[in-house]
Design a protein around this ligand. Structure first.
Ligand SMILES: Cc1ncc(C[n+]2csc(CCOP(=O)(O)OP(=O)(O)O)c2C)c(N)n1
Length: 318
């Protein structure tokens, strides 16, 4: 787990997430990466802000857009790059790819290709913590599209009935593939659903790291001290397409431009310059360090061996 009490650590992680997914996008476009990938660019303040509130022993579950969650949780860039490139040294020995990166021992219970799949898993983990009287919290990330799945209702209800130490984090990036929240919901204020399940619900500006950190801290502390679950809705935006190939025909360039002007990294830099944690113009050096780190991770991963054919049935569960 990274130490987000250091504000520069949060900046570095947001940049690492961005650099990582920009690189993945580039590799897909160049035909050097296969399968599919969903990019987190634009949403960095959500993963980093929420995970800032966690401590050693806490767990998370991610989504199909999971690179940001894994990196914010502290997973290794090189092993992630290797996984995406299908190499034996990747987190799942190259057999999982973008949507299945997990490090269960560390508490990252997995990215998930099933929309809303993370919601049942998180309840299981939190139920175990409660049964064992462990002082641990489980966080689950999911998209606005996942709210339309039946498991959303089942998971929130059971978590509230059993007062499980769970924080449900809806990353409302305004679209489920091409379906905008305004077309998909009669009431697009997702946090308001919490009341119906008997838990607090809060909407936060998901482009503002400090605000996300604050609401996350409150929800996580509450869950840890036996106060039960909460539903957080972070309003955010994915700058890139839904996945590696998306012509963005359902939204305008203007809309994307407006959200980009509200960039979470840019806003945090302004904040850090105000607090004196980053000197004016200091961003360039941090960017250079992180982009180099990511570039080197992928270079290393490119040259790693692929899994041996005879290992095809190892690590496979059915
Ligand atoms: C159960 C299930 N239904 C459908 C899909 C296909 N699918 C993949 S991503 C996606 C949209 C998800 O949107 P959202 O939950 O808002 O997450 P976002 O992609 O915006 O991060 C869909 C329908 C799936 N993977 N799993």
């Amino acid at each position: 787990m990274r130490d987000y009490t250091q504000p520069l650590e949060a900046l570095e992680t947001m940049l690492r997430i961005r650099a990582f997914d920009e690189k993945v996008d580039e590799l897909f476009a160049a035909g050097k990466m296969h399968g599919t990938g969903h990019f987190y660019v634009g949403q960095e303040a959500v993963a980093v802000g929420i995970i800032s509130a966690l401590q050693e022993g806490d767990v998370i579950t991610g989504t199909h857009r999971g690179h940001g969650h894994a990196l914010a949780f502290g997973l290794d860039v090189k092993k992630m790059a290797a996984e995406l490139l299908g190499k034996a040294s990747g987190y799942c020995h190259g057999k999982g790819g973008s949507m299945h990166i997990a490090d269960v021992g560390a508490g990252m219970l997995g990215a998930n290709g099933i929309v809303a799949g993370s919601m049942g898993i998180v309840c299981g983990a939190a139920w175990a913590f409660k049964r064992r009287k462990e002082d641990r919290v489980a966080v689950c990330f999911f998209g606005d599209g996942a709210v339309q799945e039946g498991i959303f209702s089942e998971a929130l209800n059971m978590a509230a009935v059993w007062q499980l130490p769970v924080v449900f984090v809806c990353e409302n990036n305004q679209y489920a593939m091409s379906l905008s929240v305004n077309r998909g919901f009669a009431n697009a204020r997702i946090s308001e659903k919490a009341d119906g399940y008997g838990m607090p619900g809060v909407t936060v500006d998901g482009m503002e790291l400090v605000e996300v950190q604050e609401v996350a801290r409150e929800a996580v502390d509450r869950a840890r001290s036996g106060g039960g679950p909460a539903l957080l809705e972070a309003n955010t935006y994915r700058y890139l397409g839904h996945s590696k190939s998306d012509a963005n025909l359902y939204r305008t360039r203007d809309e994307i431009k407006q959200w980009r002007e509200n960039d979470p990294i840019g806003r945090f830099v302004v904040h850090l310059e105000k607090t004196g944690d980053l000197e004016s113009g200091g961003l360039k050096a941090v960017e250079e360090k992180i982009y180099t780190e990511v570039e080197e991770a992928f270079e290393w991963a490119m040259n790693e061996p692929e899994p041996a054919p005879e290992s095809a049935l190892e690590d496979v569960y059915a």
